[in-house]
Design a protein. Sequence first.
Length: 199
Amino acid sequence: MKGSLAKIALGITDDEVRLGSHLIHFWHTDAEFERGVRFLELGIADESEYCVLFGHNEANERVLEILRTRGYGLGRILQERRLVILRRESSASETLAGIDAAFSDAVAKGATAIRYLGNLGMGQAQLPGRGADEIVDLENGATALALRYPCVIVCMYDVNTVSGRLVLDGGFGTHPLAVCRGALRNNPYYATDNKSIAA
């Protein structure tokens, strides 16, 4: 998958993004959150694409409610597993294994592209495992995982609730691309020497 030239519309901005990409979208307003959901909406609207939603319960429910209000009947999409929901309850290694399984299943079913939307915010439940360290491990693993599948991984960070350390190490430090000022850009703060637990 590495070096794929195939692209899909991002939806958050007017950009197209290469399959195999992992990017960050910081949000702090309702409009910015809804722009993030637009990325997933484009995949749900395209029968050839599959989607994975990951996050704490409150964020996942908020995404699903936005999709419902936009007229999507999610029952069939969930039953067909064109949309898979993963909850933030496991260690980084277990979560990556779950994402890997969902991606593999989508490819086996003929997905032309997989859209993964992850939400990081505090929610009511604590961060799993080792907290912030677990998130950084997860993000490093996601960068490596993205290169193995026809996917785009978008991570939405709620800057109202996440710590400065997570913004720096989990957000800027592990995402090669970032949505910034209305456009998709290379992230100059991406730490290319991060060790991935999925490598």
